[in-house]
Design a protein around this ligand. Structure first.
Ligand code: PHE
Length: 335
């Protein structure tokens, strides 16, 4: 029995120091104790067996405790919300070369940059709005079927996730009214995210971006608008382009037009292949009146187009759904 005491001490101390405590159960010392059972005298055998069993139980429980201690030691406390390791004593910079800007972020900046160089002010469009800005102030009568064309998401409280950046027109006009009335002009582009509750396919996405232009002066005209848009597209695609328009209906412009460019040969276009790029027109008198601007004294034009469409043509992207997919295979092409 003296032996057993000593072997137990030795094994328990092994358990408390090793990183693989369960291996101690395979110790040759333990095997030897088991093997000795046969040679123990009959009357002592049951006491001996019980002693060995107690030893095994105490080994088991100290193994479990040791394993738990090892587990806890392996987990350092970390702040999971921190973008870096706050426990690190070393400067720990993130490898920025592994990331890149989203192609839409880059191109939205490009578009804003071209228009600001023309003298426009660039602002961000809202992502939550109300019926008045999305429809009422834009000459959509109550219950007018033209509202249905916008597949609008609404919250239970009656707010709207805007389906076009035209939702900014009334604000732009109101904010610029004083400048206009003191002999100046209004020139603003609103860029931002839009939402439509419609079926998705290669050219339709529930979330997308638009750029909206609003220009006002006392003699603005369609010629200026077409010249401005042509300059923009030629600058964006870095080449001269053919343009054309055709009549279109939007309640907030009169006349209303669809503006198309001929698909450049450099981007795989054939002569006579036209791409409709945006909607535009002279701002409707009712839209000016809603902003407190006198339509007899001032005129303006507006346009609104999809940014994905611009970018898809520029890079030959075949499916609009890539943009919101978060797929690295797509994103890395723009890194
Ligand atoms: N808001 C319109 C659309 O998204 C486009 C547009 C803007 C048309 C401004 C005319 C003037 O369909």
């Amino acid at each position: 029995m003296q032996d057993i005491e000593e072997i137990e001490k030795k094994l328990l101390s092994q358990v408390s120091t090793t990183n693989t405590p369960r291996d101690v159960l395979k110790s040759p010392d333990l095997k030897q104790l088991y093997g000795a059972i046969k040679s123990i005298a009959d009357e002592q055998r049951s006491a001996y067996g019980k002693r060995i069993n107690d030893l095994k139980l105490s080994l088991e429980s100290s193994i479990l405790k040791r394993e738990a201690d090892l587990d806890n030691a392996a987990v350092e406390s970390i702040d999971v919300t921190a973008p870096w390791d706050i426990n690190s004593v070393q400067v720990n910079l993130l490898p920025t070369n592994l990331g890149s800007q989203h192609p839409l972020t880059v191109e939205i900046e490009n578009v804003a940059d071209i228009f600001t160089r023309m003298g426009f002010e660039a602002i961000e469009s809202r992502q939550i709005d109300d019926d008045y800005h999305m429809f009422g102030s834009l000459n959509f009568p109550e219950n007018h079927p033209a509202r249905d064309g916008y597949d609008t998401f609404r919250t239970e409280e009656g707010f709207i996730a805007p389906a076009h950046t035209s939702t900014m027109q009334n604000r732009i006009l109101k904010a610029g009214k004083a400048k206009l009335e003191s002999g100046g002009q209004i020139g603003v582009v609103a860029l931002g995210r839009c939402f439509r509750n419609e079926d998705l396919d290669a050219t339709h996405e529930h979330t997308f971006y638009q750029y909206e232009g609003v220009f006002m002066s006392n003699d603005a005209n369609l010629g200026q608008m077409l010249g401005t848009l042509r300059s923009f597209f030629e600058c964006y695609y870095g080449q001269s382009l053919k343009i054309k328009t055709q009549p279109a209906y939007f309640p907030f412009v009169e006349p209303g037009l669809e503006f198309a460019i001929e698909k450049p040969a450099a981007l795989g276009g054939k002569p006579g292949e036209w791409l409709e790029m945006l909607g535009c027109g002279m701002i409707h008198p009712n839209v000016l009146l809603a902003a407190g601007i006198d339509p007899k004294k001032y005129r303006g034009f507006a346009w609104g187009g999809g940014i994905e469409r611009l970018v898809m043509l520029k890079y030959g992207i075949e499916d609009i759904r890539h943009f919101e997919s978060g797929k690295l295979q797509f994103l890395r092409k723009f890194a």
